[in-house]
Design a protein around this ligand. Sequence first.
Ligand SMILES: Nc1ncnc2c1ncn2[C@@H]1O[C@H](COP(=O)(O)OP(=O)(O)OP(=O)(O)O)[C@@H](O)[C@H]1O
Ligand SMILES: [Mg+2]
Length: 252
Amino acid sequence: MNILDVNGLKVFHGRAQALRGVTFHAREGEIVAVLGANGAGKSTLLGTLSGIYAAKAGEVYFKGEPIIRQSPGYIVKQGLSLVPEHRQIFNDLTVQDNLLLGAFHRYIKDKGTLSEDMERVLGIFPALRGRERQTAGILSGGLQQMLAIGRGLMARPKLLMLDEPSIGLAPIVVREIMEVLSKLREDGTTIILVEQNAAAALRVADRAIVIERGQVIISGKPSELVNDERVQHAYLGRTGGHAGNVAVAFGY
Ligand SMILES: Nc1ncnc2c1ncn2[C@@H]1O[C@H](COP(=O)(O)OP(=O)(O)OP(=O)(O)O)[C@@H](O)[C@H]1O
Ligand SMILES: [Mg+2]
């Protein structure tokens, strides 16, 4: 079953058209990687699905219900969370308060369960444990990214969307984060993963799409994408050579 269906999404920033009819879907419990160059429209896509940007045209169905033109607060409550570009954590707040902000929409009603949720996040990211009272701004980039993901998880999402979580992080931390995404998928969370690090994203994804100038130009399984010359040239740093080498590097 599709948890998300996006049809013909068109979005403008002022007069500039950022999305030119984006159509794609996510099935329940899969990781969909979204690849694309700078300015392709990836963040605009996630921002629109989250209710931050208004679409000019198109449809978005989440769990079969239309969410287009709904507010960000309503969309989070339905179970769709965004871990935004550049993390956007609150540097002056503690780790704990940053996490609690992810559950602000049920802070009053659901207070009793928040510590359980916090415990779950600390179980997923043990490196954050013991740092609950530290100021978020002093954490390393990797810990800040874990905190940003943890904050997203505090909303108990059915669909978690991440905007370039690996940017600026050491390979070992990237690997750790990708492993967490795999585990979340095993627990039934659907994930949309926007990445410039195409290699890391394709290793963990079940399917992938490539966006260019506001349109989906390629979609398929990672094994199909790594053998696609356009993907190799633009996203996997291969300017020639034999396609098989890339496939071997990915273990296909
Ligand atoms: N707030 C804005 N106002 C005006 N134009 C914008 C705004 N945000 C994005 N754009 C433009 O819309 C297009 C798509 O931008 P977007 O940020 O969605 O791309 P992206 O794929 O996320 O890029 P990146 O890889 O750099 O994060 C770009 O041409 C960008 O300059
Ligand atoms: Mg972006």
